[in-house]
Design a protein around this ligand. Structure first.
Ligand SMILES: Nc1ncnc2c1ncn2[C@@H]1O[C@H](COP(=O)(O)OP(=O)(O)OP(=O)(O)O)[C@@H](O)[C@H]1O
Ligand SMILES: [Mg+2]
Length: 233
């Protein structure tokens, strides 16, 4: 029996912002399939629409037009409540600016995210060390953010994003504030999560070094997605 297709499909997707009497076409009629269990990188100049597309994909924002499916699920037809629940359970986010809770240790930051997802105490006690191990930070469990390097903090943020076992992670320029080597380590962790947890990762970046590590590169320009002959999967 083949497993169900869980790729993410968008068709004719647009997001237009109204600012006063003008319209900003941030994303324009994008059709795209994001393959399951792969690392997809979205690249493009500043203002090309990457964050807007990521926010729509991650159900933080609604498109002005078009469709969005997670496997067979038409997420735009869900009620607000169902969509919030879907986002909380199926999606994890990692941002450019690391948003850990300053007073909490690495362990507590991850545990807190699982409490939000209503995980049981037993599950949390087993999963938190597993996530720390996945990002190579078992030794930093009791460190607070200011007691860790930027790269370590970003790895805790990744551990937190995967703790509730989402099927997809959206990462908006997660390596922008890191040096290239540290950035490559962070992307290597995404690769490991793809292999070990079967997660799908979509990240935006400006950095050519990160694109080398992608399975699939999507290029945006002025709200459009450009077709690429060299897409590799
Ligand atoms: N809430 C908003 N209201 C109005 N315009 C917006 C809004 N958000 C984004 N835009 C505009 O939409 C376009 C795309 O913005 P977006 O943030 O998606 O670009 P980006 O590719 O992520 O850029 P960067 O690389 O600088 O992060 C820009 O022209 C931006 O000014
Ligand atoms: Mg952006």
């Amino acid at each position: 029996m083949s497993s169900p297709d869980r790729s993410i499909r968008i068709e004719g997707l647009s997001r237009t912002f109204r600012v006063g009497s003008t319209a900003v076409h941030a994303v324009r009629e994008v059709s795209l399939t994001i393959p399951e269990g792969k690392l997809t990188v979205i690249r493009g100049r500043s203002g090309s629409g990457k964050t807007t597309l990521l926010n729509v994909l991650g159900l933080l924002d609604r498109p002005t037009a078009g469709s969005l499916r997670y496997g067979a699920t038409d997420v735009l037809r869900m009620s607000d409540h169902e969509r919030d629940r879907f986002r909380r359970s199926e999606i994890g986010f990692v941002y450019q600016t690391i948003a850990l809770v300053a007073l909490m240790t690495a362990w507590e930051n991850i545990d807190f995210r699982m409490r939000v997802a209503k995980a049981s105490v037993e599950d949390r006690q087993a999963r938190v060390p597993e996530c720390l191990h996945l990002v190579g930070l078992s030794e930093r469990a009791s460190h607070r953010p200011f007691e860790m390097s930027g790269g370590e903090q970003q790895r805790v943020a990744i551990a937190r994003a995967i703790a509730h076992r989402p099927r997809v992670i959206y990462a908006d320029e997660p390596t922008a504030e890191l040096d290239t080597i540290t950035g490559i380590h962070v992307v290597a962790i995404f690769r490991r999560l793809i292999e070990e947890e079967g997660i799908t990762v979509v990240m935006t970046t400006h950095d050519p070094a990160m694109m080398e590590l992608a399975d699939h590169v999507v290029e945006m320009e002025n709200g459009y997605v450009l077709e690429h002959a060299d897409d590799t999967v």
